[in-house]
Design a binder for this molecule. Structure first.
Ligand code: ADP
Ligand code: MG
Length: 372
């Protein structure tokens, strides 16, 4: 193997439906040795709307999914081109692209999860081997197919001397618990991350997200609504568990608002949604990682200062809350790096899942190859 065979690209587009994050990483054996480039390609409003519509049943889904998948592949290829340009590399220098695809349905209990994508088109457009569809094999083995990131979090953030928690706050939030010992890492989805806050501010202010959490910070947490939201059985269910927009959508919020029975100012609802995210994450940490004193946050939620303050307050006296940036990895790069790492695992035919996390029957090599 020459040097170039160790360069791998990771592409992640998550439940926020905001766009694609990409990284170009160099590997030394199984481990990431450097991040050579990072890029973000936002989705245009029409693609975002098409992907949002595919989250629920509707007419002519097969064709709409196929066309959205084609459009996604074009944006993924754009991200790859930006990464190559930034790093001064060509397609021939890169061994693999690992691409998550866009989750449009997640039903492990029915035996499937669907990350839509057209990896064949991506391979055609960027002329690099593509590894895609990382979750299906874990679901086929009886697992949730999610979260897949705890194994990666352990590899880059685990510490032999102290137990740590990594929280990824994307559209949905998930935690990875990394005990001081080498093994025993596990994790699960805690519930909503930014998705409901994004949906609510879009409804009321036509903005994609609550920058810095300022709008939510201008409101008051409503205890009655918070209690209605937290009444959801998902929060009480034991892990393994995973979730998505299938459950946490605006209709779910509207139903809780109706049950609450009082008219609330929109900014108070936003403050309450931030508290829902913070309190369900904090409760999961207290219940499952009582020894952890360090909590590191990644994903776009790390940029929401109001949310970070609430999380710190909920964990007061138990653990510090910091961005993964203090560990040397920018919070918005972590998940894309995870898919570069998973692609590298595939390349080495090493398993990518943790059965204790997903509930799968065993370790599995994850992904499917589309040669250039
Ligand atoms: N400056 C910011 N202030 C507040 N929230 C932000 C900011 N930047 C990003 N976010 C939030 O992060 C989300 C994107 O996070 P991301 O990690 O990409 O999630 P996903 O993996 O679900 O796509 C946005 O939709 C928004 O809610
Ligand atoms: Mg995103």
């Amino acid at each position: 193997m020459n040097d170039s065979s160790h360069l791998t690209i990771g592409l992640m587009s998550g439940t926020s439906l905001d766009g694609v994050d990409g990284v170009l990483a160099a590997f030394d054996g199984q481990a990431i040795s450097a991040t050579l480039a990072a890029a973000y390609v936002p989705f245009p409003a029409h693609l975002r709307a098409d992907l949002m519509a595919l989250q629920a049943a509707g007419p002519n889904e097969i064709e709409r999914e196929a066309l959205a998948a084609n459009a996604l592949a074009v944006h993924y290829a754009d991200c790859v081109a930006q990464l190559l340009l930034q790093a001064g590399k060509t397609a021939a220098d890169v061994r693999l692209v690992g691409v998550h695809g866009q989750t449009i349905r997640h039903r492990p209990e029915l035996g499937f999860t669907r990350q839509t994508n057209n990896p064949a088109l991506l391979a055609e457009l960027c002329n690099i081997d593509v590894v895609a569809d990382f979750r299906s094999r874990d679901v086929a083995a009886g697992g949730q197919g999610a979260p897949l990131v705890p194994a990666f979090h352990r590899a880059i953030f685990g510490d032999a001397a102290q137990s740590r928690v990594v929280v990824n706050i994307g559209g949905i939030a998930n935690i990875s618990i990394l005990p001081a010992s080498e093994d025993g890492a596990y994790g699960f989805d805690t519930g909503p991350g930014n998705a409901l806050m994004d949906g609510w501010i879009h409804l009321h202010q036509q903005r994609a997200y609550d920058a810095n959490g300022d709008w939510g910070a201008s409101g008051q947490v409503h205890a009655g609504l918070l209690a209605q939201l937290r009444d959801e059985p998902f929060f009480r269910a034991p892990p393994p568990k995973s979730s998505g927009r299938d459950l946490f959508h605006l209709d779910w919020l509207q139903a809780a608002l109706l049950r609450t029975g009082s008219a609330l100012a929109p900014e108070d609802v936003q403050a309450t949604l931030a508290m829902l995210t913070a309190s369900t994450i904090a409760d999961a940490i207290v219940a499952h990682a009582p020894l952890a004193r360090q909590v590191y946050v990644c994903g776009g939620g790390a940029e929401n200062a109001f949310l970070m303050r609430l999380l710190q307050r909920q964990l007061q006296g138990r653990a510090s809350v910091q961005s993964t940036a203090v560990l040397g990895v920018a919070p918005q790069h972590v998940e894309a790096l995870a898919f570069a790492w998973l692609a590298r695992r595939f390349d080495l035919r090493l398993p990518g899942n943790l059965p204790a996390v997903t509930g799968a029957r065993g370790l599995r090599v994850l992904g499917a190859l589309y040669p250039a």
